[in-house]
Design a protein around this ligand. Structure first.
Ligand code: DQA
Length: 245
């Protein structure tokens, strides 16, 4: 699972006490909880970090190499003058999205400049806490490479979406298959104990009929063939379990 780091710089620990006109009324914990929930929705792990100190932020950026896949960074006032943080972002080669709760382009002049902007993948500002969630979405959709090594912004593969859905279904099917096989193992032992036959044709016919009826009619025959194969594997497994008994 990929990990996104939510990094907040100086004075963001004081959210809830800062000017609500720019920063809203929620606390840092509210903000971090919203990011954690977004992470669940996006299927990524979320780590949160806040510090008032430039050196701690730089150290955290360095230590993110190899462990963090994408960063949402609100560097607070350091945004406007910390070349040291800029250099750290540049060297770690992790996609970083710069966020600001307020619209830094429509406030005092000294906030108009971001010295980190050029080394960040994108800047999101003026959207409040929502901006962090938007940044997380952008990281997942555009900047964090997936496990198959494909560029996430490359949507030229017309099969990508369908294949991803099928991969998910395969995962679920294998879990169900394993659960089913565990029952088969137990059934095999019980049958051996009571001297019952491995194959019960009437029971198999009943299963196949139910399967045929429970899917859309165009898949009925294929579903029966699929289940027949599972029944065959179950029989094989029962023999295997009871071999030598
Ligand atoms: C801020 C904007 C900065 O100018 C300011 O120093 C902050 C917060 C924001 O989230 O809007 O501390 O980064």
């Amino acid at each position: 699972m990929k990990t996104i780091l939510i990094m907040n710089g100086p004075n963001l620990s004081m959210l809830g006490k800062r000017d609500p006109k720019h920063y809203g009324s929620g606390t840092l914990a509210d903000l971090e909880n919203a990011c954690i929930n977004k992470g669940i929705e996006l299927g990524v792990k979320v780590q949160c970090f806040q510090s008032e100190s430039e050196s701690a932020i730089i150290r955290k950026l360095h230590n993110s190499m190899g462990v963090i896949d994408g960063i949402v960074l609100n560097a607070g006032a350091y945004t406007h003058y910390s070349i040291a943080i800029r250099d750290a972002i540049e060297l770690i080669k992790i996609p970083v999205i710069e966020v600001h709760l307020s619209d830094i382009h429509n406030r005092e002049d000294f906030r108009n400049t971001s010295v980190i902007e050029a080394v960040c993948a994108e800047q999101v500002c003026g959207m409040g806490v929502k901006g962090y969630l938007v940044a997380m979405e952008k990281l997942v959709e555009k900047y964090i490479p997936s496990d198959d090594g494909k560029d996430p912004s490359d949507d030229t593969d017309p099969l990508a979406e369908e294949r991803a859905a099928i991969n998910e279904i395969n995962k679920e099917m294998i879990v169900l298959f394993e659960r089913r096989m565990k029952h088969v193992d137990r059934i095999a032992s019980i049958k051996a104990k009571y001297g019952m036959p491995t194959q019960v044709p009437s029971r198999e016919a009943e299963i196949l009929e139910k399967v045929g009826q429970s899917v859309d009619s165009q898949y009925s025959e294929a579903a029966k063939a699929f289940m027949q194969e599972i029944l065959r594997l179950s029989r094989e497994r029962q023999h295997e379990v009871n071999k030598g008994k």
